[in-house]
Design a protein around this ligand. Sequence first.
Ligand code: OGA
Ligand code: MN
Length: 293
Amino acid sequence: MSFTFKPLHSIFTAEAEGFDLRRPLGAEALDAVTAAMDRYAVLVFRGQDIDDDQQLAFGLNFGPLEAEPATVELHRRRLKHARMNDISNLDEQGRILAADDRRRMFNLGNRLWHSDSSFKATPSKYSLLHARVVPSAGGETEFADMRHAWDTLPAPLQARVEALVCEHSLLFSRAQLGFAEFTEAERERFAPVPQRLVRRHPGSGRRSLFLSSHIGRIVGWPVPEALMLIRDLIEHATPREAVYVHRWRVGDLVMWDNRCTLHRGRGYDDQAEARDLRRVTLMDVAPTLEQAA
Ligand code: OGA
Ligand code: MN
């Protein structure tokens, strides 16, 4: 069996060919995926007819799973595995979420540029998102490479930001959209966590900007100045020509490295059409402040 990685559109995304994710992969295949993840940061596996168990099993080859999805209304779960993220517009009965459903409002936060779980003390390593049902139009997912964003940052700005520490929280990203009605328990669960703004990607040795719309503070900075800088950096990091746009087909599995990429979802007619994607999310090794800069 031979594996190939065919670059797509931009320098950090490749299509992985020669893989059948229904079955356990051997050491050679797993090494090839790990090496490709380090070189690129987003891999696309097309035509994978896998179920939740097979998706989880594939993900677990690359590290431990995150404890639980960070979302609201956790008790109203549609998927069989508590640790799988439901990236859909469906309720626990499989019906389209009502226009004013709190989960629908909360999920809109995925349309802001972010890195998954940057708001957790130990953030995420990889995400693996698989498409089961896709709408006829829209609903793309976009990606950008934060190593490239660092490399292309003017040197004076690199010097200005390299030691900064940001606070990340789901409360901050949701507040950007005016979603602020959190329970006391949610406020506690989503309390801000500190993360380095500039980190080193262990697999490639390259530095990267650890950006996210979950950032709401820079330690030691006035809030408006902090938010302005983060906005400028996200703009710098996501020019159209540097963005890979994934147009979903049923059976696509897209795997990305949250340590060195940003992503966001795009809109679709979510009141008329179903979109059912499911995500397996792996944990990084430690909080970024405990990792080498
Ligand atoms: C995610 C995510 C965006 C989308 O699954 O982590 O942000 O396009 N998805 O659904
Ligand atoms: Mn996400």
